[in-house]
Design a protein around this ligand. Structure first.
Ligand SMILES: Nc1ncnc2c1ncn2[C@@H]1O[C@H](COP(=O)(O)OP(=O)(O)O)[C@@H](O)[C@H]1O
Ligand SMILES: [Mg+2]
Length: 228
């Protein structure tokens, strides 16, 4: 599903954000990516989304070779992914319903399917009763659940989340990760970047630790990195 081979990313100003990274994530996995600020986590995500291209090495995601993908195929590639960010990125003048429906409207999904799919997804994230509300009328945790609904409404096989709990309180954060857990059980592969180690330690999942652009641990031994 995701494969990085000898991937190095050097930004224009000379910053080496990732150094010779090798990594494989299989279909159906739930992977946490952790590491200190500036470690290279978001760079990893941007390369996955093809918002950035590697300086060296090859990247394959969802069957697309991102080194060779044609520009005109990038939108189609991105639609095979669901993405959630720390800052939600909801459209303020659209209701919860329309924020989610928008993701389908832009891909020319038939209205009839939209009217079925949106309520189904809002129900899944526990927001059926907020469909007519605007983002500003919701708590942070609720806004993130709208963002999650929007990311899931296209039924992506891979969900990518960059610090999705960074702007919400610990209790709500736990709810979000529990929701991601349920989504993963239904077969969606999940890659979640987070700072919240307490959150990670509550779930028995694969943990990839990045530091200074290197993968310094991969698996269950992640705690040892932070104890050093
Ligand atoms: N667009 C950019 N141009 C130059 N340097 C960048 C850019 N984006 C990130 N960096 C640098 O790359 C390193 C890794 O950043 P990032 O991937 O955002 O880390 P993290 O998400 O783990 O905090 C940092 O030193 C950061 O300053
Ligand atoms: Mg980051």
């Amino acid at each position: 599903m995701i494969e990085f081979n000898n991937v190095t990313k050097v930004y224009g100003n000379g910053t080496e954000a990732l150094k010779d990274v090798n990594l494989k994530i299989d279909k159906g996995e739930f992977v946490f990516v952790i590491g200190p600020s500036g470690a290279g986590k978001s760079t990893f995500i941007k390369l996955l989304l093809r918002e950035e291209t590697p300086t060296k090495g090859t990247i394959e995601v969802n069957g697309y070779n991102l080194n060779k993908i044609k520009r005109r195929h990038i939108p189609q590639f991105r639609r095979s992914l669901g993405v959630v960010f720390q800052d939600f990125r909801l459209i303020p003048n659209m209701t919860v319903y329309d924020n989610v429906a928008f993701a389908l409207r832009v891909t020319n999904v038939a209205n009839r399917s939209i009217r079925q799919r949106v309520p189904y997804i809002l129900n899944l994230v526990g927001l059926a009763s907020k469909a007519r509300n605007y983002p500003s009328e919701l708590s942070g945790g609720e806004q993130q659940r709208v963002a999650l609904a929007r990311a899931l409404v296209n039924n992506p096989s891979l969900l990518i989340a960059d610090e999705p709990t960074g702007n919400i309180d610990p209790e709500m954060s736990l709810e979000i990760v529990e929701l991601l857990n349920e989504i993963n059980k239904c077969g969606t592969t999940i890659v979640m970047v987070t700072h919240a180690h307490n959150l990670v330690s509550r779930f028995d999942r694969r943990v990839i630790t990045i530091n200074h652009g290197n993968i310094v641990s991969d698996g269950s031994e992640w705690g040892s990195f932070y104890e050093r």
